[in-house]
Design a protein around this ligand. Sequence first.
Ligand code: FAD
Length: 460
Amino acid sequence: MKHFQIAFLGGGPGGYVGALRAAQLGLSVALVETDRVGGTCLNRGCIPTKTLVKSAEVLREIQRAEEFGISVEPPVVDFAQVMARKDKIVSTLLGGIGKLLKESNVQVIEGFGEFKQTGCLEVKTKNGSEIITADHIVLATGSVPIRIPIPGADLPGVITSDEILTDTSLPEQLVIIGGGVIGLEFASIYQAFGVQVTVVEMLPTILPNGDEEVSKRLIPLLKRSGIDILTKTAVKEIRNEDRLVVVVEDNKGSREILANKVLLATGRRPNLQGIDVEGLGLQTERGAIVVNRQMQTNLPNVYAIGDVVGGIMLAHVASTEGIIAVEHIAGHSVEMDYRAIPSVSFTHPEVATVGITEQELKTRGTKYKVSKFPYSANGMALALGESMGNVKLLADEQGVILGASILGFQASTLIHELALAVEKKLLGKDLAHMVHAHPTLSEIIMEAAHGIDEKPLHLA
Ligand code: FAD
């Protein structure tokens, strides 16, 4: 039996980043992983999808080449190669994480871990069973896709993000159920590769957790790119005829959409497999482990982090929670702060938000100022041929930036200046008076910041 100061159950971006931080702090660490380190994010989520986003972007750029004065032959897509590139990048990163963990002296134990008794994990390895004990256990078992209970959801060809990422063929028609981040990212990717994509969303809008105005502006842009988006539409059933038949219903009645593949992008739920929730008396709420701001569960010396605690299911949230848990175990005075979490949809165009949304401000009855600046008035955006979209800032009456959203090229990178502003409670004028290099897309943020107290300079 081996003993550690911390044992992580699950090696995704929550568990493995927490383990690395624990090792940095000089603690002895075990990491139990049943599949591959890096978890959903590296193997079936963030990274594989972004390699596909990039291939789609390259294709779009080539298709627009003439606009930039360059003549090219019509491009040919070899989707098997697109997927092979994805696998290569994932395995490079996988090797990198494995090496990092080894060099940090994190003991990786490969096998399915069971947590039935505090202070102890029983791991089913390929050679049998191994018991490890630890002063502190951190549960980081992540999440799994939800298969909605509609007739036909288990038919062949009805797949989740896990399966679509291993399919090297392109369907002719793809129906995506769910207009959240995951569904829309796949919609943008597959549309670029010439697939006829329909997104079916039950709610009145897409990206329901983001800024409503941005979601409303995104719909026509996605439609213009060729994606069919049906909101306020419910999927009633999926049938298998010579193709899949998706029966949908809106306020005008029901109709059928044909598809070769149906992607279920209807959310994810915390994964509690291997955790004896009842036996241990572990407190959960709507299937997620309940934790405090230090990531402690109701059980002594048991922490939980990442998707398994619900809330904002993003990799950087899981990693930050892992670091907070470990630092708390090491005796530091820390707490998780969710005010300034950037959230990105790698759609075409990208959407990024941070902090509070306009609808939340309205609901709270907070008086606020709003300032927007369009990409189309920025020199760099025009030079790049990316003039679609805008930056929107929300500030309180004193000008303190509370939230922001960006719709447009490189929103995923630009949002971090605004995350810093929300985190550090900066004023609009702090950003406006900070010198921004010219010509850059960052100047769009500077201009929008001018608009909090006064007016942008380059807008009539
Ligand atoms: P996971 O990454 O799910 O890792 C949990 C690990 O625990 C898994 O490796 C699992 O095998 C292991 N495990 C579970 N139970 C046991 C057990 N009993 N014993 C041993 N091991 C166990 N987030 C972003 O921030 N940006 C993105 O661009 C992004 N894109 C995404 C795209 C897709 C298609 C998907 C599905 C998700 C995406 N996400 C993205 C979300 C992100 O992947 C998750 O938020 C993140 O992986 C959660 O990390 P985690 O460590 O909590 O759990």
